[in-house]
Design a protein around this ligand. Structure first.
Ligand code: HAM
Length: 419
């Protein structure tokens, strides 16, 4: 679990800003749900045979309730959608969220126990349009964030009918190799053989070689949907690669799945930036009406690792350097006037030497320093230093705001000083 210090927060805010403005163009509206939910909600939606539920949840008992810090955002969004009867008010709902998620995983670069997701969920659309638009939207988002080397893997795992057929084919493939599978995969084979394809254990990866492709087992309606998704991605020029072994680690998915990966930036092995898919059965299984749905979430920390580095400096435009008690009083008034006009100001409250105050203004990167000493107080003026133009002038307090605004808007020949 990490602290995010102010030096880094600028990049978080940039990502959040670009995410919000893009998804709002698609009609998504923000929803905020609790960080803690009933443990049963996650067990029923994500699935018992998944790593998340099996090993990674932070669960605790309180007043005989079992509660869990949310490991992802979809389950809570669906619970809220059902609980508030949203489907009765509107046929299609587009929600987005940003927030902390918790998984007790082994931490490494790009994998944390508290991490943050930004995600979107569309409720009420069964057709391939929401699949195509959402996947393409995530691609645009990565491009807008300056991330290079983005790859989108797509697959379809069909509906329950397809999976029943595929389950038989997978069991026929794995059963003769049972002894060579990891113990974990051996247990999972009967509960959900698809999970074996998702295993990172080298023994399971080896045994998965040559496993039948689910795409060859799709029922007609699933195949039609899948072909329309692929055709839509092609029509929009969204790059994708078909990965028939992509199953993803959560049980609620049906039909289309996708995962966005990147090789750029400082990402290591945790290169999945975002993932999602269709989950047409989840709303009904949590007590709501039959409602098709599609969604995704991106991992904010991982996307930040993949985003290009750029200097972030938010310096107050003006730094006020008062010398003496009376000068401090004048400084407060000057700062209030400037801020009232929307100009950023920091007042030096340390009471040190002029030299140390100038050094601080310079290291912050402020453009102007207002020096106020006894003689300035006596005449109600300030000495206004422009650190970029290397210029100084005396300005009456009454004219200060207009003068700073005029200077700030005037281009100057810089000699490389802070802007
Ligand atoms: P997920 O693939 O489990 O899907 O997580 C989505 C993204 O969250 C991952 O691609 C990754 O970037 C990030 N992430 C996951 N675990 C960690 C971690 N321990 N540390 C850092 N980042 C992490 C879901 O959560 C689904 N709810 C997505 C979805 C929404 N499907 C439909 N709607």
């Amino acid at each position: 679990m990490n602290d995010v210090l102010p030096e880094e927060v600028g990049r978080w805010q940039k990502l959040e800003r670009i995410f919000r403005s893009l998804v709002e163009l698609y009609g998504f509206r923000e929803v905020r749900t609790p960080i803690v939910e009933d443990t049963g909600l996650f067990v029923r939606s994500i699935g018992e045979a998944t790593d998340v539920v099996d090993k990674e949840m932070y669960s605790f008992e309180r007043h005989r309730d079992s509660l869990t810090l949310r490991p992802e955002g979809t389950a809570g969004a669906v619970r809220a959608y059902v609980e508030h009867g949203v489907s009765k008010r509107e046929p299609v709902t587009r929600w987005y969220y940003l927030g902390s998620m918790f998984r007790a995983e082994r931490p490494q670069r790009g994998r944390y126990r508290q991490f943050h997701q930004a995600g979107c969920e569309v409720f009420g659309e069964a057709g391939p349009i929401s699949d195509v638009e959402t996947i393409s939207m995530v691609y645009s988002l990565m491009t807008n964030l300056g991330i290079e080397g983005v790859e989108i893997a797509v697959n379809s795992i069909g509906g329950p009918g397809t999976r029943a057929r595929y389950r038989d084919a997978l069991l026929a493939h794995f059963t003769p190799k049972l002894a060579s599978l990891s113990e974990h995969a051996q247990q999972r084979l009967q509960i959900n053989p698809l999970r074996v394809l998702d295993s990172k254990d080298p023994r399971d990866i080896e045994a998965s070689q040559g496993a039948p492709s689910i795409l060859e087992h799709l029922e007609d309606a699933d195949r039609e949907h899948w072909e329309a998704v692929v055709a839509g991605l092609q029509a929009l020029g969204t790059p994708y690669c078909i990965e028939p072994t992509l199953v993803r680690g959560l049980d609620y998915y049906t039909r289309t799945l996708f995962e966005v990966r990147a090789s750029s930036g400082q990402l290591g092995s945790q290169n999945a930036l975002a993932g999602g898919g269709r989950y047409d059965g989840l709303v009904a299984s949590l007590g709501g009406p039959e409602t098709p749905a599609f969604g995704f979430a991106l991992g904010i920390e991982r996307v930040l690792l993949a985003m290009p580095e750029e200097p972030q400096r938010v310096a107050p435009l003006c730094y006020v350097a008062p010398m003496g008690v009376e000068a401090q009083r004048l400084a407060l008034v000057a700062a209030r006037e400037l801020r009232g006009a929307g100009l950023g100001v920091e007042v030096d409250g340390r009471g040190g030497s002029l030299k140390s105050m100038l050094r601080r203004a310079d290291s912050l990167g402020s453009r102007f320093v207002l020096v106020i000493g006894e003689s300035e107080v006596a005449r109600s003026v300030v000495a206004l230093k422009d650190l970029v133009a290397h210029d100084q002038q005396e300005v009456a307090l009454a004219e200060l705001v207009a003068r700073v605004q005029a200077l700030a808007s005037r281009p100057v020949e810089t000699t490389g000083g802070p802007a």
